[in-house]
Design a binder for this molecule. Structure first.
Ligand code: SAH
Length: 350
């Protein structure tokens, strides 16, 4: 191996590859399972503490096989204890390979509940919604499955996890193979249940249907944002021309296939899509469906020409949906001080 090529990290090795590597380093094939269990089920992050392995193997692994591939480039802790990690994965030819992972602890400091972890799936994003900081510079590359798993391992090292949302940087269904493989590992080996994981997507209908058929171990959230076709073409430009009814039909198919209801997300942009009329038209589309709505008041971000909705507009939107028979929850963002909103940490570090 040339010195320019870094050693593959433990999580990047397939289980069979790891077994081979362990044997090369003087261990037995079953040690590979022990090591994966230590890292994924128990959260051990140094070989030295894996006392069920022979000492010689622990030393050889420490020298040859890094457990993690990335580097923590920055860490910001907000007043409410939300932690934003900026993780740098291998820099290739000067490419920016920074992603964010956010660890959001329960509101009450003494709560025994675990945190919610928000993970990224791509370096940048090709969807380019005009209100979202993640797509400002387009897509650099997809994350590999092990880079997604690594975010969970790093997040759990901050504190125990109760839930996870795939709502960081990137469009998960445009990197489906890696997202699927990673979440299967998180489900099977890190024991985070399917009802505890949510993947958020802009909802490409064919990709939603394909994911539904692939035994997904998570809930689906679709970023709808508006009941009006022309406005959706503006807010999610890469899907321009896809009628909202086609997206909702794919959501219905997801429900039929998986038995799990879809959550529709609406980022409320002050004066743009937050009127009572918008809420009424959205309710008309969703009333007959098995679905709930999450309302996310916009987090202002430098260089993004939108505004936060007024609390009164948010409440009117929510109560209008409910009056029309659609269940809605408002999700005010956490960790707004210091670390600020979606995508900002990565932008500031550039
Ligand atoms: N690409 C996926 C997942 C990433 S974003 C998606 O679009 O669903 C997760 C959610 O955060 C999406 O609903 C997105 O629209 C929303 N979001 C993006 N920027 C935001 C901001 N500045 N304030 C509030 N929500 C934002």
């Amino acid at each position: 191996m040339s010195s320019a090529e870094p050693a593959k990290s433990l999580l990047a090795l397939e289980p069979e590859e790891l077994a081979e590597r362990v044997v090369q380093l003087g261990g037995r094939p079953f040690h590979a399972r022990v090591i994966r269990r230590e890292v994924l089920a128990r959260g051990t992050l140094d070989y030295g503490s894996m006392t069920s392995l022979p000492v010689g193997l622990r030393e050889a692994l420490t020298a040859e096989v890094p457990i993690l591939a990335g580097v923590e480039a920055d860490r910001t802790v907000a007043r409410d204890r939300t932690v934003k990690l900026l993780i740098e994965f291998t820099r290739e030819a000067g490419q920016d390979a920074l992603v964010e992972t956010v660890h959001i602890p329960p509101r009450k400091p003494d709560s025994k509940k675990g945190a919610t972890l928000c993970v990224s799936t791509q370096v940048g994003c090709p969807v380019a919604c005009p209100f979202c900081a993640s797509g400002l510079a387009g897509l650099t590359r997809n994350l590999a499955a092990h880079e997604i798993v690594e975010q969970y391992v790093r997040g759990r090292a901050i504190g125990p996890l109760a839930r996870s949302v795939v709502m960081g940087i990137g469009e998960p269904l445009l990197n489906w193979e890696s997202v699927k493989r990673a979440l299967d590992v998180v489900h099977d080996e890190m024991q985070l249940g399917a009802r505890k994981m949510t993947v958020s997507t802009v909802g490409f209908p064919d990709r939603v249907r394909r994911a539904a058929r692939d035994r997904p171990r998570f809930q689906l959230a679709i970023s709808l944002h508006t009941p009006d076709d022309d406005q959706r073409d503006e807010l999610v430009p890469s899907m321009a021309g896809t009628p909202i009814e086609d997206i909702l039909a794919a959501g219905d198919d997801w429900f039929r296939e998986t038995g799990r209801e879809v959550t529709y997300e609406v980022v409320l942009l002050g004066g743009v899509n937050d009127s009572a009329g918008h809420a009424q038209r959205l309710a008309a589309r969703l009333r007959s469906r098995r679905a709930t709505v999450n309302l996310i008041p916009f987090n202002p971000s430098p260089d993004i020409p939108y505004h936060r909705p007024t609390p009164a507009a948010v409440e009117t939107y929510r109560s209008t949906l409910e009056e029309h028979g659609v269940v809605a929850t408002v999700r005010w963002s956490r960790g707004l001080d210091g670390t600020a909103a979606c995508g900002q940490l990565r932008i500031r570090a550039r």
